[in-house]
Design a protein around this ligand. Structure first.
Ligand code: IMP
Ligand code: MG
Length: 179
């Protein structure tokens, strides 16, 4: 049961419209052939699921794989260490790779992912994020395809969680307070 008040920031309809626009942007940027979508678990899976269907609508036929990354970023000893918890099954060499995640915030995790896939010989690596929270960037990385710029609030829904809850919400909301 939901225990918090959640104010809607981006409706399901607004998200769907934006994802359709992103798919067109991605195709127009040259992601047409040999495309591998890398969905970053767990938060990126809902966005990735909708984005691949929007890509189909835009005439792009991607393959899909998944990776799970863990970053340790406690304020004191923030080394930016990233661990691959679940690696890809696909060889990315020569592929046009589109990394898909929920939020770009510090950018540490995604900067690591981009570098890793480049080192493995991807022809091209680009980053699609549903939300950009630019206020806390640490790594030198920007999204190539960004759904929305997000206010500096804690958000949930559309794959994003708070303590493992709320990923199932069909909209993106701001957790305001306990009910
Ligand atoms: P970073 O860019 O390496 O700092 O990591 C961003 C990740 O932190 C996202 O993929 C989310 O998993 C998580 N995150 C950041 N802000 C929020 C939020 O407002 N709600 C839920 N998860 C968040
Ligand atoms: Mg994440």
């Amino acid at each position: 049961m939901n225990e918090h008040r959640i104010d809607v920031l981006f409706t399901a309809e607004a998200i769907a419209a934006r994802i359709a626009g992103l798919a067109t942007e991605i195709r127009e940027a040259g992601f047409r052939e040999n495309v591998l979508v890398v969905a970053v678990l767990k938060g990126g899976f809902v966005f990735a699921a909708d984005l691949i269907r929007a890509l189909h609508g835009a005439g792009v036929s991607p393959e899909v794989d998944f990776m799970s990354l863990s970053s340790y970023r406690d304020g004191t000893a923030s080394s930016g260490t990233v661990t691959v918890l679940r690696d890809l099954e696909t060889d990315v060499a020569g592929r046009n790779v589109l990394i898909v995640d929920d939020i770009l915030e510090s950018g540490r995790t995604l900067a690591y992912a981009v570098r890793l896939l480049e080192e493995r010989g991807a022809a091209r690596v680009a980053l699609a994020v549903l939300l950009d929270k630019p206020g806390h960037r640490v790594a030198a990385i920007e999204g190539d395809f960004v759904g929305f710029t997000c206010p500096d609030l804690f958000v949930v829904g559309f794959g994003m969680d708070m303590g493992h809850a709320y990923r199932e919400l069909p909209y993106i909301g701001h957790v305001v307070a306990a009910k």
